[in-house]
Design a binder for this molecule. Structure first.
Ligand code: Y39
Ligand code: FE
Ligand code: FE
Ligand code: FE
Length: 230
């Protein structure tokens, strides 16, 4: 009677779980901090949207506080040094692009790639989270769709002028996401999140975003293939 096989319950207090959580929790805390900084920077680059972008930044700050409380609730100390290292390539690429005034690249990195990464991770985490973290994460993921939507709307309205830069930014940054995902796959597995599910959710969200912006199916296939083997 294989259908009666018990799904092993996750022991949120085991040392193995807490060790993996110390890195994944740090990643989301650091990610929310960088997302805050990125939306403040985007507000400087897009003065006509500054107020809205400041609102998005504020949400990221709230998300960070929520995830800090998830770590405290499990008595886990987040490994922030690991997390800063984890984000360093993407962080550097955003900073370089901002310094060169490459708004489209900045939007692709934060509002498309990072938001889709967050949406995939949070949706996959919700069913396997402890009760406290589940409630927090359910609230957070709703906001991440708003953040993704901001990037989609702006890029859609400026599609022809942005297309070439988007393709180049995709080529440079998508492989980094696959490397990041591989780096956390073992820890994610311990939390009950499978890499295949994360990849699938990311690709669905990212492909839909590219489609909403105006890319053809053929473009999306080509762009999605970058770095898959990284
Ligand atoms: O916009 C946002 O809030 C994004 C910063 C947050 C990114 C979170 C990245 C989550 C990756 C976790 C990987 C777990 C497998
Ligand atoms: Fe967030
Ligand atoms: Fe966000
Ligand atoms: Fe397993």
């Amino acid at each position: 009677m294989p259908q009666l096989e018990a799904i092993p319950a996750i022991d949120f207090q085991s040392e193995t779980y807490k060790d993996a959580y110390s890195r994944i929790n740090a990643i989301v805390i650091e990610g929310e901090q960088e997302a805050y900084d990125n939306y403040i920077k985007l507000g400087e680059m897009l003065p006509e949207h500054q107020e809205n972008l400041a609102r998005l930044a504020k949400m990221e700050m709230r998300h960070q506080k929520g995830f800090q409380s998830c770590g405290r609730n499990l008595a886990v100390t987040p490994d922030m040094e690991f997390a800063r290292e984890f984000f360093s390539s993407l962080h550097q690429n955003f900073k370089d692009a901002a310094a060169e005034g490459k708004l489209v690249t900045c939007l692709l990195i934060q509002s498309l790639i990072i938001e889709c990464f967050a949406i995939a991770a949070y949706n996959i985490y919700i069913p396997v989270a402890d009760d406290f973290a589940r409630k927090i994460t359910e609230g957070v993921v709703k906001d991440e769709y708003l953040h993704l939507n901001f990037g989609e709307e702006w890029l859609k309205a400026n599609f022809e002028a942005s297309k070439a830069e988007l393709e180049e930014a995709n080529r440079q940054n998508l492989p980094i996401i696959w490397r990041m995902l591989n780096q956390v796959a073992d820890d994610a597995h311990i939390l009950g999140m499978e890499k295949e599910a994360l990849v699938e959710d990311f690709m669905i969200a990212y492909g839909e975003a590219l489609s909403n912006i105006g890319f053809s199916t053929r473009d999306i296939m080509r762009m999605s293939a970058y770095g898959l083997a990284a």
